[in-house]
Write a protein that binds this ligand. Structure first.
Ligand code: NAD
Length: 486
């Protein structure tokens, strides 16, 4: 099939798949000559139509009994569960993570959908004591209205689901702008939800480049709340643009996540978990490990074992079962990560494995898994989010110094410690500035029932998933009820 014969997936507006102002082509990052999908792009008028539809659908959806909303989400979960292999493979083709990671992500999205489907039937309020003898007081959680959802490309199925599912379960309608780098995954997510029985207008999807539709997506006066996951710079810009209008905002942003390896750590566990945290998904995770802070007693053994393991990782076509590390998502991301390898060279960090010249041959957007030793924590490599398979080893002399270095960036998403000493693990938990803390496991990880999010520049301070989602996607309505006096 030639490019022009490949069908164009539409925008989802008011329950219809519509053509738009243009067409976006998405190519396989492992083989850029291979077309993965063609998707319609929205113009500002299409975005307005999406908000018209979301606003018109809001009263009906808000009045839909919550267990009925949950039934639709359970049906969507069942459909997605049937499509784990197919969508997982498309995800791998479109985003570049390995087949196992792609299928794993879709399977995780099924769990998230099921969890929020169940949440739709959970209690959403309290009965409160009143000073009035005949007054009955309760609080309940009411939907907000129209929610704008903006998502990145690195978890193109799971992150949209963990925003859209609670938004819908708690009675809001949605306009969703997915990443322009993963539009096919967005189409698949929207298909599952509409086929499950979502009424027209409750979920609307607008594809396109931020330069063309960004202002229309964030500028609509009818937005009650906006949830964004992406880079810190973009998130902060969007926040500035909407808070003046009273829009409730949730931002999940970048990270520079540290692991601390103490002398008494289980060496094998510390190496394997650090390797996974730093290199899986080609390091393109907000919770990826990018700094390993290692104490003297274990430093050489840890470095040697880790470097050997990183050097043995199989990089290549993510659709091959044997591949452990796929390409980066795009030429732009590849160039950005390579520019950090140049920064590392200029800053004089010692290259231990990988580097600019170690990428496999071929025309895909590959970067070899790379480790630097003796990284200066104050350097750019020690401070800035790289978002690729690049790890810096930093020498520290004590737990106190390790915590100081761990806390010494603008970010605070996740952090890990490897130790057998429970007292030192607790001291780390208490002192580290991070929204998510791990003891003896990698910095990445998220379960649907557990709050997810960061401190400092990694977040707007709110949390996603679990009960935290109720706090964001609803507002409290307090009710005082008194009986008529006669
Ligand atoms: P990005 O900020 O470039 O884009 C995120 C989304 O915002 C995309 O859909 C993009 O099209 C859209 N966007 C960009 N400018 C916009 C504008 N002006 N108006 C409206 N929409 C706009 O981020 P990305 O490259 O897609 O993702 C990578 C980043 O995401 C990394 O920094 C990573 O750390 C972060 N991330 C954070 C988390 C978390 O939960 N903390 C999770 C995943 C990714």
């Amino acid at each position: 099939m030639t490019a022009t014969e490949t069908p164009v997936h539409g925008l989802l507006i008011d329950g219809e798949w519509r053509q738009g102002a243009g067409v976006l082509e998405r190519r396989n990052p492992a083989r850029p000559s291979e077309l993965v999908a063609r998707v319609a792009t929205a113009g500002p008028d299409d975005v307005r139509a999406a908000y018209d539809a979301a606003a018109a659908a809001a009263p009906g959806w808000r009045r839909t009994p919550p267990p009925k909303r949950g039934e639709i989400l359970f049906a969507a979960a069942a459909l997605l569960a049937q499509r784990v292999d197919a969508i997982g493979e498309e995800l791998s083709r479109e985003e570049g993570k390995t087949l196992a990671e792609g299928r794993g992500e879709v399977a995780r999205a099924v769990q998230i959908l099921r969890w929020f489907a169940g949440e739709a039937s959970q209690p959403l309020g309290d009965v409160l004591p009143s000073a009035g003898a005949t007054t009955f007081v309760w609080s309940e959680r009411a939907p907000l209205g129209v929610v704008c959802v903006i998502t990145p490309w690195n978890f193109p199925v799971a992150i949209p689901i963990w925003k859209i599912a609670p938004a819908l379960a708690f009675g809001n309608t949605v306009v969703w702008k997915p990443s322009e780098l993963t539009p096919l995954c967005a189409v698949r997510v929207a298909q599952v939800l509409t086929e499950a029985g979502l009424p027209p207008g409750v979920l609307n999807v607008v594809h396109g480049l931020p330069s063309e539709i960004g202002d229309a997506v964030t500028g609509d006066e009818r937005i009650a709340a906006l949830t964004f996951t992406g880079s810190t710079a973009t998130g902060r810009r969007i926040q500035r643009a909407v808070v003046g209008r009273g829009v409730k905002v949730q931002l999940e942003l970048g990270g520079k996540n540290p692991v601390i390896v103490l002398d008494d750590a289980d060496l094998e566990q510390a190496v394997e978990q650090t390797l996974r945290g730093a290199m899986m998904s080609s390091g393109q995770k907000c919770t990826a490990t990018s700094r390993a802070l290692v104490l003297p007693g274990i430093r050489d053994a840890f470095a040697q074992r880790l470097i050997d393991r990183v050097g043995a990782l199989r990089v290549g076509d993510p659709l091959l079962e044997r591949t452990q590390i796929g390409p980066l998502v795009s030429e732009g991301q590849r160039d950005r990560v390579v520019s950090y390898l140049d920064v590392a060279a200029q800053e004089g960090h010692e290259l231990a494995v990988g580097g600019r010249d170690a990428a496999p041959d071929g025309d895909g957007w590959f970067v070899a898994p790379t480790v630097y030793r003796d990284v200066d924590p104050a350097s750019r490599l020690g401070q800035e989010e790289v978002f690729g398979p690049v790890l810096g080893l930093i020498a520290v002399d004590s737990l106190e110094q390790a915590v100081e270095v761990a806390n010494g960036t603008q970010y605070g998403l996740s952090a890990s410690i490897f130790t057998r000493d429970i007292a030192r693990a607790f001291a780390f938990v208490r002192e580290v500035e991070a929204g998510m803390v791990h003891v003896n496991s990698e910095t990445a990880g998220a379960e649907p029932q557990v709050p997810f999010g960061g401190s400092k520049a990694s977040s707007s301070g709110s949390r996603e998933q679990g009960k935290a989602a109720v706090a964001f996607f609803t507002e409290t309505k307090t009710v005082y009820l008194d009986m008529p006096s006669s």
